[in-house]
Design a protein around this ligand. Structure first.
Ligand code: 5AD
Ligand code: SF4
Length: 472
């Protein structure tokens, strides 16, 4: 039921304004879009200014302490702004901090009117009615059914505004229980969506102009969704099916776990031209002892073996990873093993973090926590090596020609920013270029944050051939 838009006499009010801010991972970005879509049906239009909003939703991240604390700084700013403007803005906290801290958020930040966990977004309209009545609801229930069933599809206008690339959640939650990680507690146990629903969503996105789909899940390659014949499908099978959808020219998936990198998923990188030559595969550490203490359920050798097998089927693959420095008990020699792994693999990109003890996780109780200065020094060294590795990969692209999907206007007039097969931003000069189309581009320059390229006067085939085929 909508409680805004029109009053009882049928007279239209001004639309209510919604400001959503996402922190953390891509699943939060996806969920934020779905919340905005659900609230559009309730008459809310999005605004880019919190000060202009009737409803502010902070979609939060709890993965590291810093991420969680950002939310409280943001809430402090909102409280001040509300006091200054006197505007009756409702403030909602969603996402993983909501799930982990529940009503505690309202005690710490009385400006908050509503707390909603990631499994309860379909109940947002009702929760807002309660919040407006001053009841300050907290909903962190885990439903037994698929929350996505209850969330409406985005409108054509919403999809167009978001451009030719889209995220699609295929699974949520994690059963791996790495000893440092809150995800199994905040997002719950692993749940895959049925294949038919994923295909229907992908077809709708393709109809609305999406050309590149990134399948997302906390443990996306553990996907085991119910297939059409009542049999469980794995991620490789799902990718093969989605590649058949007309208009879906590019597929990606994130985030994967090394233990679930099956042979058929690796083979899909050889057999599916739509599957982009890019793999984000978190390893966290190069030391077997640390990996065991992290309960990663794999050693250094398994990771290196996957890298080798991926490169055998797709020699040009761009590899990316996540790293944690200063896990409790990590010695200098163990950190060197991580540095050695980086040198060996040659990553095209990476995310790296200092270990952050998270309440309720087993590693937080370990006695041998690493000193902050030691972690800082290790992180600097690691990041310098990873940056050098990324720059080397980017430089190796200069002189190469590949397809670029044009995504949005650039900063300078006439410039357009597109996306390479390897997930790099590519800046090209093409006044009036059609956003959402592919162009063939020869890379001329590699800058710190993007590549620059020249568009070739030939139409782009929609998918990039493997390097081997380019050289043939
Ligand atoms: N401390 C530091 N980094 C963490 N990550 C997850 N939990 C923690 C933590 N407690 C990192 C991991 C993971 C990424 C999403 O965040 O590298 O892959
Ligand atoms: Fe967290 Fe990833 Fe480990 Fe799951 S596999 S517990 S999401 S780090």
């Amino acid at each position: 039921m909508s409680d805004c838009g029109a009053d009882r006499t049928g007279k239209m009010d001004a639309p209510r304004k919604l400001y959503v801010k996402s922190f953390g991972c891509q699943m939060n970005v996806y969920d934020s879009h779905r919340m905005a879509d659900a609230l559009a049906k309730e008459g809310y239009v999005e605004t880019s200014e919190a000060s202009d909003a009737d409803l502010v939703i902070l979609n939060t991240c709890h993965i590291r302490e810093k991420a969680a604390e950002k939310v409280y700084s943001e809430l402090g700013r909102l409280r001040k702004a509300k006091a200054e403007t006197g505007r009756e803005t409702l403030v909602a906290v969603a996402g993983c901090v909501a799930q982990a801290e529940g009503a505690e958020i309202m005690r710490r930040a009385p400006v908050v009117d509503l707390v909603v966990g990631p499994q309860s977004y379909h109940r947002l309209p009702d929760l807002l009615t309660e919040a407006r009545a001053g009841r300050r609801p907290v909903d962190t229930e885990f439903p037994a059914d698929d929350k996505f069933d209850h969330l409406p599809a985005p409108s054509l206008a919403a999809t167009r505004k978001r451009g030719p690339t889209a995220f699609l959640t295929v699974q949520e939650g994690c059963d791996k229980f790495c000893t440092f990680c809150v995800v199994p507690y905040t997002r719950g146990s692993e749940l895959s969506r049925p294949v038919a629903k994923i295909v229907a969503e992908a077809e709708r996105l393709a109809d609305q102009g999406v050309r590149e789909l990134t399948l997302i899940g906390q443990n996306v390659n553990a996907f085991h969704g119910l297939g059409p014949q009542g049999r469980s499908w794995n991620l490789a099978e799902l990718l093969h099916r989605l590649a058949q959808i007309p208009g879906i020219d590019r597929l990606r998936y994130t985030t994967s776990h090394p233990r679930d990198m099956g042979e058929d998923l690796i083979a899909a990188h050889r057999d599916l031209p739509e599957l982009m030559p890019y793999l984000h595969l978190p390893v966290q550490s190069g030391s077997d002892r640390v990996l065991k203490a992290m309960n990663r359920r794999h050693g250094r050798d398994l990771f290196l073996d996957i890298v080798e097998r991926m490169r055998a089927v797709r020699p040009d693959i761009a590899l990316s990873s996540d790293f944690i420095v200063g896990f409790p008990g990590e010695t200098e020699a163990e950190f060197e093993e991580t540095m050695d792994l980086i040198a060996h693999v040659g990553f095209a990109g990476a995310y790296s973090f200092k270990y952050s003890p998270r309440p309720g996780t087993p590693a937080a109780d370990l006695s041998d926590q690493v000193a902050e200065e030691v972690m800082t020094a290790r992180l600097h060294r690691l990041q310098a090596a990873l940056e050098a590795s990324k720059r080397a990969f980017d430089r190796s692209c200069v002189g190469r020609t590949f397809d670029v999907l044009l995504e949005k206007p650039g900063r300078m007039p006439g410039q357009v920013i597109g996306r390479s097969p390897y997930l790099q931003s590519v800046v090209v000069d093409r006044p009036g270029a059609a956003i959402g189309s592919f162009v063939r581009v020869t890379i001329t320059e590699a800058g710190p944050n993007s590549l620059a390229g020249r568009i070739l006067p030939i139409p782009a085939p929609t998918s990039v051939p493997p390097l081997a085929a380019l050289e043939a």
